[in-house]
Design a protein around this ligand. Structure first.
Ligand SMILES: [Zn+2]
Length: 131
């Protein structure tokens, strides 16, 4: 027989259950503490299950993210004019200030160009610069 202090969790559980079944057993504090231990064990098991599910989903999302980076890199490199576009400007755009509409673009003047913004995001995503 192992001393209680040296018992494993499983041995302690078996020991406690055998004590509680003994005729004349009456130790409200031990019973209450054991109840608390079992509630905490159940809570830990629930948290472990949740964490394992989180890890599975996280791994799936990482794999999907890597696949999308590869796709984005291929798309960006295959778009006509991609290699000659000026840094910060999307292919076919030639803003003086990269990604910002020029003064002669009417109501868009000085505003951020949405297509250049998307393009730059796609380029950096393809390079793995984006999360
Ligand atoms: Zn633009």
């Amino acid at each position: 027989m192992t001393y209680v202090r040296e018992q494993s969790s499983t041995e302690l559980a078996v020991h406690m259950r055998s004590l509680q079944k003994m005729p004349g057993w009456h130790d409200p504090l031990a019973d209450r503490l054991w109840q608390e231990v079992e509630a905490l064990k159940a809570e830990v098991a629930g948290l472990r299950t949740g964490y394992e599910a989180y890890e599975r989903v996280n791994a799936e999302l990482k794999a999907e993210n890597e696949a999308l980076r590869g796709v984005m890199s291929a798309v960006v490199s295959e778009i006509p004019g991609a290699r000659i576009s000026r840094a910060g400007n999307a292919p076919g755009h030639c803003h003086s200030i990269p990604g910002v509409w020029d003064e002669d673009n009417g109501s868009k003047a000085g505003k951020e160009c949405a297509w250049c913004k998307v393009w730059n995001y796609a380029v950096s995503m393809g390079k793995g610069d984006r999360p």
